[in-house]
Design a protein. Structure first.
Length: 734
């Protein structure tokens, strides 16, 4: 047995050898949780003599499954019999055996996203529900309901009163399920939803699973949703042997249904649960762990634990505040080049982590400018995103009317009722005449039926061509407005489409900044620049690239050097989190915790004082997470930031914001100046005001009272900004 317990620390050995009953392992980042789980499985097989086929090990991704299988093959041999699987794969296999118990045949089909949306569209047609907006979000509603274990009636009760479409959503959900059943099909969410159902209604299925799987192991338990939790709970039974490992501090998928309460309340659901904590961190330096521990202490919904470094002391965490977002990106790339030259790091040792995909654009541009190869995780490259390619395709067609590929891409974007059959007729007509498709659309001989369908598109392109000689930034703004991209991406009401519009606005920022840098450049020059940024003919086998990624995408990965960038209020934490409840803010903080704990040797945390957003420069307040990682309480920090801006003007910096080397929390000093209470009598809707930085503006609305009075103020060329009037340096215009 020595081989199974070799290379385990004392805490890990205790966990591995505790094999009976319910066990909860709170495994901090870099503490070796996968090692513990696989060694425990091997211990049960070798020491207890339990056949491998009696053991179930479930995780979330195919990659994690493959890693677990490889480790078990080393420990137990190739034919060990242990069932290692993702939740969805396990459920699909069980449903093949027991689907007939819930009205399906064993050879049911599994529909992908495209299939599902097609069936939803059919259900809506049958029910005479024509809302395009509801059609766009219907799949999201059904997925949310199934992951929460709700049938149509239960989901209706959940959302009734929150949306005017609640009843229509219920009807479509019901009809969608009927159509799936009629086709003997399940969607991806059904694999879990129906698995829970079969375990609930079929004693045979439940008895089989309980007898077959005597020992259940669940990895990344903090990421389970309600249905996944109920599946393993049903199989385990009241006195089952269930072993779960996870880290509540890394629960960052609440937006897709994960419920942190599953891990927080596990010991209440399974009385007698033995709880272990793995806090020895083998990955990061003490300085990096200080930042992580300082930050996560500000969360209330968590099991208390503190990561303890095994490695020796390393470099201090570096905090950098840039003048603007361009300087931030350039500083990061310069620092990467310096570290490569000075310490011999490879490009693959570096990760630039962002909270939102729209932030990758500046870093991609800066990397491309230096010729440094990179890869993008958690989304495709900025200029490869569909919405950006659509905008660029319009530009390409304006610049080169013979660009048939560009025309085909955007002739029905946004939708104009021009289907593939019509496009094929245009192709054939153009080919027969030996001309471009755009020239064909202008031809007098084009069949009248096609001409009628395509006339609005042709007129649009003609209008854009006539405006293409103005400054490239102004033209891009005109194009986006004229095409109607904002309405196209925001009318659906879904988060995914709204994110696309945010990316389009970021694209406008890119064009504007290009214009500022190259005042004499025209549309062709910009398109050439875009092509060079997107050009990356290198094969996948060359992995020596800087990683640019969302923080969600790197969970489970590690890098020698990490740059956590864009640390500003409204960027990270996100604007949505700022408007939501404490639960959302705690999840944002856990995302930052994940970003910090990816770093092994060096950690850089950066922000910008100004960020270019949708054709204007917006001042930014440093994220609360910056000071929290130093141990300063966010409430005290934000209070001082607001007062310091009042006292010192924009860019004022509280005196306690110096770099700290100690990881211990500190108490923020009292504010430097407590501003005298301001008379707010004249601050009413329609009043003209003045701000020392933003200039003159008009109050659009006022809410709250007393010290909490806030006003939304419209400034010329800057948009609408919201202020706490008692704190902000806003005065009435005389």
């Amino acid at each position: 047995m020595d081989s199974i317990l070799d290379n385990l620390n004392e805490s890990q050995k205790k966990i591995v050898t505790d094999t009976e009953g319910a066990v909860l392992v709170l495994a901090g980042a870099g503490s070796g949780k996968t090692r513990v789980l696989t060694h425990r499985v091997a211990y049960i097989v070798k020491e207890l003599g339990v056949p491998g086929w009696n053991i179930l090990a479930i995780t979330f991704t195919n990659k994690a499954t493959a890693e677990m299988r490889e480790r078990l093959e080393v420990l137990l041999g190739a034919d060990n019999g242990v069932w290692v699987s993702t939740f969805h794969s396990f459920s699909a296999s069980m449903l093949r055996k027991f689907a007939e118990h819930i009205g399906f045949k064993k050879n049911f089909s599994i529909y992908d996203e495209t299939d599902s949306k097609r069936v939803i569209a059919k259900a809506m047609r049958e029910l005479h529900i024509e809302s395009q907006q509801l059609k766009e979000v219907m799949k999201e509603h059904i997925s949310r309901a199934k992951n929460a274990g709700m049938d149509p009636d239960e989901y209706f009760r959940e959302i009734n009163g929150l949306t005017d479409s609640a009843y229509d959503i219920k009807r479509v959900y019901e009809r969608y399920n009927e159509l799936l059943t009629a086709s003997n099909a399940m969607d991806f969410d059904d694999l879990l939803h129906r698995m829970k159902e079969v375990l609930t209604v079929s004693e045979e299925a439940l008895s089989y699973c309980r007898k077959r799987f005597r020992y259940i192991h669940v990895d990344e338990f903090q990421d389970t949703n309600r249905v996944q939790y109920e599946i393993v709970k049903l199989i385990a039974g009241e006195n089952g042997n269930i072993f779960v490992v996870g880290d509540d501090d890394q629960s960052i998928y609440g937006w897709r249904g994960a419920e942190i309460k599953n891990i927080l309340n596990f010991d209440k659901e399974f009385p007698g649960t033995k709880i272990y904590r793995l806090v020895e961190n083998y990955r990061s330096t003490p300085q990096i762990l200080d930042a992580a521990n300082n930050l996560i202490r500000f969360n209330n919904e968590r099991h208390e634990k503190t990561l303890e470094p095994i490695r020796g002391s390393g470099a201090e965490v570096t905090y950098f505040t840039a003048y603007n977002d361009i300087q931030e990106a350039d500083w990061v790339i310069d620092k990467i080049r310096f570290l490569i030259a000075r310490y011999g790091y490879r490009k693959s040792d570096f990760a630039i982590l962002v909270r939102a995909t729209s932030l990758t654009r500046l870093f991609e541009t800066a990397l491309a400018k230096t010729g440094m190869k990179y890869r993008v995780l958690g989304g495709i490259r900025f200029f490869d995103r569909k919405e950006i390619q659509d905008a660029v395709a319009y530009m390409r067609l304006i610049s080169n009317n013979a660009d048939n590929e560009a025309l085909e891409r955007i002739i029905n974007v946004p939708q104009r009722g021009i289907g593939e059959a019509t496009v094929q007729k245009i192709r054939d007509f153009a080919s027969s005449r030996g001309e471009s498709m755009f020239d064909a659309l202008l031809s007098e001989e084009l069949p009248e039926q096609i001409k009628k369908k395509t006339m609005p598109f042709t007129a649009l392109i003609g209008d854009l061509i006539s405006h293409s000689y103005i400054k490239v930034g102004d033209f891009a703004e005109y194009l986006i407005e004229k095409v109607g991209f904002e309405r196209y991406y925001t009318s659906a009401g879904s988060e995914e489409e709204a994110a696309r519009w945010e990316n389009v606005k970021e694209f406008l920022s890119e064009v504007k900044q290009f214009e500022e840098k190259y005042p004499e450049a025209d549309l062709n020059d910009f398109l050439q620049t875009v092509s060079l940024v997107r050009d990356d003919s290198e094969e996948d086998f060359d992995r020596d690239k800087v990683t640019v990624a969302t923080m969600h995408a790197v969970k489970g990965l590690e890098f020698a050097v990490v740059f956590a960038v864009g640390l500003e209020e409204g960027t990270f934490p996100s604007a949505q989190a700022l408007k939501s409840d404490a639960k959302s803010m705690e999840e944002e903080r856990r995302v930052m915790y994940v970003a910090i704990t990816r770093a092994k040797d060096r950690l850089f945390i950066t922000n910008a004082v100004r960020r270019f957003k949708f054709n204007h420069i917006e001042p930014c307040l440093t994220s609360r997470f910056v000071e929290e990682s130093r141990g300063v309480h966010s409430d005290a920090y934000l209070n001082m930031k607001m007062r310091s801006e009042y006292v010192y003007g924009s860019g004022g910096r509280p005196p306690f914001l110096s770099e700290r080397k100690s990881g211990r929390p500190v108490i923020a000093p009292k504010p430097v100046i407590a501003a005298a209470e301001k008379d707010l009598t004249g601050f009413v809707k329609g009043a003209e005001v003045r701000h020392p930085r933003y200039g003159e503006g008009v109050i659009l609305s006022v809410s709250g009272s007393g010290k909490e009075t806030t006003a939304s103020i419209a400034f010329k060329d800057l948009g609408i900004k919201k202020f706490v009037l008692q704190l902000a340096p806003v005065t009435l215009k005389k």
